[in-house]
Design a protein around this ligand. Sequence first.
Ligand SMILES: Nc1ncnc2c1ncn2[C@@H]1O[C@H](COP(=O)(O)OP(=O)(O)O)[C@@H](O)[C@H]1O
Ligand SMILES: [Mg+2]
Length: 465
Amino acid sequence: MKLLPRTIRARMIAGLLVLLALSCAVLGVATSLAMDRFLLGRIDQQLAGYGAEFAASLEHGEDTRGQARNTFGARLVAGRVTQAAVVSREAALPVQLSSQDKQALAALPVGGPPETVDLSALDDYRVRAVPGRDGDVLITGLSLHGVEEAVARLQLLELSMFTGTLAVAGVAGAVWVRLSLRPLQRIATTARKVSELPLASGEVTLGERVPDTDPRTETGLVGAAFNRMLGHVESALARRHAVEQRLRSFAADASHELRTPLASIRGHAELALRDRGPMSDDVRHALNRIDAESGRMSELVDELLLLVRLDEGRPLAREEVDLTRLAIEATGDARAASPGHLWRLALPEDPVTVTGDPLRLHQVLANLLSNAGVHTPDGTTVTVAVRRLPAGVEVSVSDDGPGIPPGLSEEIFERFARADPGRSRATGGAGLGLAIVRAVMAAHGGSVNMRSRPGRTEFRLLLPG
Ligand SMILES: Nc1ncnc2c1ncn2[C@@H]1O[C@H](COP(=O)(O)OP(=O)(O)O)[C@@H](O)[C@H]1O
Ligand SMILES: [Mg+2]
């Protein structure tokens, strides 16, 4: 299979050339066979016309008048060749025949049709044996040299003509096939351009269309079908975009609308808790729960709103942010929140700055640090390191806690994804922390990745600049 050419173009040209070569070969064989038979027929006629005069004359002397050059004559007596001669320049020259030649001549059917024999002393000869007058056999032959030469010439001529035809047909065929397949090439080009478009999300316009759509041609049919398919894809993508947009504005509106009543619940709970009047322990406990849970809910709503805004691609603040100071502050907050952990900082001597949104970047670090505090047991060491790399700045948060199960390393960044869904909601949040980290990093043109095994979990942030 490897020998077969791959492209349609190569296959078509190869097929064309093979067919042409086959027809040339058939034509060549047929014409040279026909030519050979025609010339042999003429020689046989000549032989019949000559009769056996020359062979008969061998007995008496050199009567070669009227004989064509190279005419061969021989006489057989009692099945043995007694004389043999060939006409050369008006004279008959005796020929020394080999024993094989003699056998071949002796085996000729007397009075039968002419036959071809290969006389080793001379050329190929067309010979005919006729019975003589006194019981001998007279053989007359005509040289086939001329016939063979004519056929060889014809074959040579045909060979050169066929070679030339094949060469011209190869070149012209290649050009022709290339021209015919051009519409296919254009479809492939359009398909490639479309495949390179980012179709995964957002608003997409598929401007590309195949130019050849003539329904009378095969490629035109393919092109038209392809264009129709592009149209369908385009409208499906537009519909998806509209749905996304609606969903997003719904989430934004819902979170926004929830904020005010939540704030009001919290305010009232606080107010009630501040009341100095008599209050049973149960009521106080219930009010405390309302206060705490509404606080958590507000955080959740704020996180949702932030994610929606990042999805919408709202521009972030672009300021110079000192990452070293950010790391020190965030670690200080984490230390205060989880005093049972060991918090370490690995910072370079000089401050490292990037351009970005300080509030959002602070939130990213706070999320990673609170995870390291909340999802690992007391006594865990957490290290925050800032490094300048050739490609940008790297901030890493690593801990020696139990780690995240393998297989969840990508999933963990999804919304509401938690490594242990059965765990009570009291520890950690709703599973939006890492989704926010990823969205904020993407909005900064950076990235986040995670590597974890039991005993070492590391989140690495990469920021350009
Ligand atoms: N340092 C860590 N060690 C172990 N598990 C972690 C760590 N950081 C994150 N996780 C896991 O990743 C999940 C998702 O984190 P996150 O998106 O911040 O959600 P949340 O903290 O609200 O649960 C967490 O629920 C936790 O199971
Ligand atoms: Mg978290």
